[in-house]
Design a protein around this ligand. Sequence first.
Ligand code: ZN
Length: 477
Amino acid sequence: MKYETVIGLETHVELSTMSKLFCSCGGHSEADQPNDCVCPACCGMPGMLPVTNKHAVELAVRAGLMLNCHINQYATFDKKSYYYPDLPCSYQITQWFHPICTNGYVDVPTKSGTSRIGIKQIHIEEDAGKLVHDDWADVTYVDFNRTSVPLIEIVSKPDFRSPEEVIGYIEKLKSMLRFGGISECEEGAMRCDVNISIRPEGTPELGVRSEIKNMSSLTAIERAIKFEVARHTDALERHTETLVQETRRWDDIKNRTFAMRNKETAADYRYFPDPNLMPVVVDDEWLAEIKDNMPASIEEKTAEYTEMGLSPQDIDSLVSERKLCDLFDAVVKSGCKPADTAAWILTDCAGILRRGGKVIGELDIAPEELSYIIKTVDEGKINRGVGKKVLSAVIEKGVAPEAFIKEQGLDAKVDESMILDTVKKVVADNPKAVSDYLGGKTKALQALFGSCMKELRGKGDPNAIRELLTQEVEKLR
Ligand SMILES: [Zn+2]
């Protein structure tokens, strides 16, 4: 019999806020030590009262708008009760009765076209802490830095039919959320629970479902899905086991899933509205403000850059990182040409970073600095080679371009007589290279040109220097 795989995803994404969801503690990524970012509120001391982080709500609404959701202008926070040592209150604050966003979709590109994946809801909730198991001392520590860090959980409809769609969806979410300034989605900041079942093709009823918890690597997700499909198929076809609804854990080393516990039902969690928190009311005015502040989407940016005449490769590279777009936009706005600016960022800056073992995403240069360098080159005050030298100093040493150019005397005017003197000196000092060139080795001219540039410390118009040099050497023929 042919079976169809049915998959739904619950994706937890850490929001890029400055502070936690219900207190003013900073984000856990700032913490140096365990339990550095902790206050009485987020570690559940008696009498603590939570206060909702407004920016977290805004980011959740923004995510909903990007995923074509209905924004519920009345939402609530509810308590989900369970006990675990990393959960100091013995309940997690989440949105159960009135989630902030419902009923959206996202189009995922696949090899065979586009798959539309429905979004059931997006709700806001707090993260739990972390248990740190010390293998040597035979103890377990608890670290509350991550406790109450804001998350959104994006719950998809069971619309996936293949691992390829799942991977495509996660990748699309990741780039949308990063681009939209909603989450950095770094390692561990995006975790998925995968719900999976199979059913005979053509039947409407869903099969018995297993849920694989807390997966963050794409390759692990793909392998876990393949393993579960094979396990479910064996159970149905060859009666190897009786399938039960349960929560399972993926073991990356053993390359298989293991049963963790029977799936809890909602009743087990005794959901009830949190009496300490006011409902979240997103009125028309606030919603309009969030919409106004929405950053352009990847599609909008792509269209804008295409209109500017940038190449598809340059556009792909720029939209891979929101901050590259921001830098590019600011430099172009200051009056630099788009294609030229793209080349400075994607070729020159990227090259300098690569030399230092870094990637373009780590670029840290102010738009004013880059714009100053590009304009100084455009105005002919320094040539492009010197411009690159200045750029390296700015990126690698953090110097200010204007001061660096003055200090090094890089903008000193080089007049023609100075170039001619230098060319004559180089020709006189290098008789071997000159005779090689005249003997037919055209490459020898490059060495002479290099010596001229060195003497002139990179200053002067390279084309003019090359022309004068050729003239001088040719005179000797
Ligand atoms: Zn706190």
